[in-house]
Write a protein that binds this ligand. Sequence first.
Ligand code: 0VR
Length: 252
Amino acid sequence: MLTRRIIPCLDVTGGRVVKGQSFLNLRDAGDPVALAKFYYEQGADELAFLDITATVESRKTMASIIAELSKYVFMPLTVGGGIRTIADMREMLLSGADKVAINTAAVARPELITEGAIKFGSQCIVVAIDAKRSGEGKWVVRTHSATQASNLDAVEWAKKAAEMGAGELLVTSIDSDGHQKGYDNDLNRAISESVSIPLIASGGAGTPDHLYDALTVGKADAVLAASIFHYGTYSISQVKEFLARKGVAIRR
Ligand SMILES: O=C(O)c1ccccc1NC[C@H](O)[C@H](O)[C@H](O)COP(=O)(O)O
């Protein structure tokens, strides 16, 4: 079995890490470079950076943060937020990112997924999907930092993104995000059972049990978390010890 990955997520705006609940009420959660170095030293398997301002200016800030980080942090870096073109992807990858996450731009023009996969390799292209529960066993895709509803069913969109060449899916439950009450395992399992590319679960982590449930019940290949780590509720090593004791293949 492939080792499962623990991925801290740094949502960045104005050069600072922030954290909210269901994408709202954002609070300062620290300096991005310091936090990234801390998580690297703690044994994180990968790091995700999300530029939630997503302007031309903020993308330049993100590129300089990633360039600075790459000097100290030697684990896969995924960068997302406002990435709209091949040029945006190239800028992040040349700054030191290993993967780019595209969300709104991929919904607007799914061909961007294929173009990015052809240019840089599928392994560089993560399609981020922000999904909101819309009925029993149904989730709708929202874009623009979850401010706009689309007419896309989240499971169907995930299947299309995989067909278009995505290397990995980063699936965030808008309902669970930041509440530390657990991931939306129904959402993650529904998508994981529909695609053959890795799924990173996101949104809701509050205890090590939640991460275990996401990797088992939710059938995720990796777990992304922000609040649980930024607020120091649990350390990465505590989470990894817990998962290893439960028999999960984890890198230590
Ligand atoms: O994705 C966005 O555009 C966005 C915008 C504003 C605030 C948060 C956002 N995303 C939520 C992040 O992906 C968040 O770090 C993950 O969902 C993990 O959240 P936790 O529930 O705190 O582990």
